[in-house]
Design a protein around this ligand. Structure first.
Ligand code: NAD
Length: 516
């Protein structure tokens, strides 16, 4: 893996004011998790630059909101086209900086394209309801207006897609976005933002009398203490969309609530698959391996718990252990690799600590474990073997209730559906969930109000890998936010209920008589 410079060049980014030749106090050096080598140095924004960005974005949004939504959609379509053109290079950049395998890096950019396409159609469908007024000669309806400028905070593990989910919808709805990416993946952020800004600069539809069209897609890259926390507290940003850990969400949520702003929180998960005895085991095996091992267990929707009927648990555990042994771990750019590195050394430490705690709490390591971590200690990058841990019957060790952002799969053995559901819902997070069964009754019970308490519930497919068409997000400590498809766009707009009296009287609601 070499410096990201050549890749950025291919994207038409020869020079960029944010990219520095070497480090300094107000910069950060991004490293490739597969090699531990630096791939680029980025200048950090300060509070002064954040202020200037907010002023610019707020100003241009006032003009952007005047452009008819279908015309905004047309510009978003052009941005989607630009992502299509650069999918290969942007996907490679995701692989280099976030360590995702090649197929997943490309998949991430495909999500940016998909949400842009979705937004184009949406730009003609920002529908409001109309309702019958109880008063004669009155018309009542709802309409949706842009919110303003949106703050978008993203996590390292989806360094491009989460921004696209937010900013493409936000732009279509008439908002500007200020993106604050993770400091672990700033170069992907610079590249993606540049692609969007380039289109804003060259398109011919939006030519505001004041302001720069590029500021519809603002970017700040800075430390949480200098930039992130200020952004969250700023009343000029009516919505803060924040993706990351529950720890971050608790802090951000409180600050935004304190100023009575809106928060869209997309936080950690602790996702489980229930396997019933009548499940199609071929489907189970594929879904579990992709869900637990894919992205090296660093997806919010990664499968962390497998809850299996006692009659098949031993056989399935053996089969998975066998499959895990065949997984090719290594260079994420190699097409044959199925699992790349962890994002940094601290994640390796967190994985080690989780395994130690699980063992101390009575669990048994089936594969991977501490030897699977140590095996890669002398190799550059942050590699590990994926780990399967068997949980003793009748207990739920405390560590299994936590989200460890690494490829650890805890396997529980259960007597029946009821016990499975109790373990399934017995965690604080509520993002993604799945059941494998050929029984309509079990499937429907899982999907019923007594079943999964998660924002995403699947039957005969895994927890990981959502499509953009549905609303994405989770309940409980996952934060309750919804973004991407369905009617998530409503989060980026304000609803107005309007009543028009086209009669010659002024009747009051509820039949109230007032001085009549
Ligand atoms: P993180 O919480 O460490 O950081 C996420 C982002 O929040 C970063 O940009 C960080 O700089 C920012 N941040 C942290 N504290 C802040 C503060 N006080 N004010 C403003 N900004 C602040 O998360 P991470 O390690 O980058 O990502 C992994 C976590 O994200 C996991 O828990 C994962 O489940 C979660 N995640 C959730 C979703 C989802 O849609 N539910 C998607 C991706 C990742």
């Amino acid at each position: 893996m070499q410096n990201a410079k050549d890749l950025l060049k291919r994207l038409g980014i020869d020079r960029h004011p944010r990219l520095l030749p070497c480090g300094g106090a107000d910069s950060i050096t991004s490293e490739c998790p597969a090699t531990g080598e630096p791939i680029g140095t980025v200048r950090l924004d300060t509070a002064v630059e954040l202020e200037a960005t907010i002023v610019r974005c707020v100003a241009v949004q006032k003009a952007w909101r005047m452009l008819p939504a279908p015309q905004r959609g047309e510009i978003v379509r052009q941005i989607g086209e630009e992502f299509r053109k650069h999918k290969n290079d942007l996907g490679e950049l995701v692989t280099r900086e976030a360590g995702k395998i090649r197929a997943e890096g490309l998949g991430e950019i495909q999500e940016c394209i998909d949400i842009a396409d979705f937004s184009v159609g949406l730009s003609r469908q920002l529908y409001g309801n109309s309702m019958h007024s109880e008063r004669p000669s009155h018309r009542m309806f709802e309409q949706w207006h842009p919110l303003g400028t949106i703050g978008c905070i993203t996590a390292f593990n989806f360094p491009a897609a989460v921004w696209a989910w937010n900013s493409m919808l936000a732009a279509t709805c008439g908002n500007a976005t200020i993106w604050k990416p993770s400091l672990i993946t700033p170069i992907v952020a610079i590249a993606c933002n540049e692609v969007a800004q380039r289109v804003m600069q060259t398109q011919t539809i939006f030519r505001p009398a004041y302001g720069d069209p590029r500021d519809v897609f603002g970017l700040v890259i800075g430390r949480d203490s200098e930039v992130g926390e200020r952004m969250v507290a700023d009343r000029r940003l009516p919505l803060i969309s924040a993706t990351g850990s529950c720890r971050m969400g608790r802090k951000v949520g409180q600050v935004v609530a304190g100023r009575l702003g809106r928060a869209l929180l997309e936080l950690g998960g602790n996702n489980a698959i229930i396997v019933m005895p009548d499940a199609d085991m071929k489907l189970v095996e594929r879904a579990v391996v992709f869900g637990a091992v894919g992205t090296a267990g660093q997806r919010c929707t990664s499968t962390r718990r497998l809850i299996v009927h006692e009659s098949i648990v031993e056989k399935l555990t053996d089969k998975l252990t066998h499959l895990y042994a065949s997984i090719k771990i290594g260079d994420p750019m190699d097409e044959a690799t199925l699992m790349g590195p962890l994002i940094h050394a601290e994640t390796k430490n967190a994985m080690k600590s989780a395994i130690e705690q699980a063992v101390a709490q009575g669990c048994h390591v089936k594969c991977g474990g501490l030897p699977g971590l140590a095996k890669y200690d002398n190799r550059p990058g942050y590699f590990c073997e994926p780990t399967i841990i068997s949980v003793p019957k009748g207990v739920v060790p405390a560590i299994c209730r936590e989200e460890t952002f690494a490829p650890i799969l805890y396997i529980f053995s259960v007597k029946n559906f009821e016990e499975a559901m109790e373990i399934h819902n017995g965690v604080d997070q509520g993002l993604s969930s799945a059941i494998f069964t050929d029984s309509v009754r079990s499937a429907e019970r899982f999907l019923s109000h007594q079943g999964s308490d998660c924002g995403i519930a699947n039957v005969n497919l895994g927890t990981s890998g959502a499509e953009i068409g549905g609303a994405f997000g989770g309940e409980k400590d996952t934060g309750g936010g919804r973004e991407s498809g369905s009617d998530s766009w409503k989060q980026y707009m304000r609803r107005q209920t309007c009543t028009v009296n086209w009669g010659t009287d002024l009747p009051l609601a509820q039949g109230i008589r007032f001085g009549d």
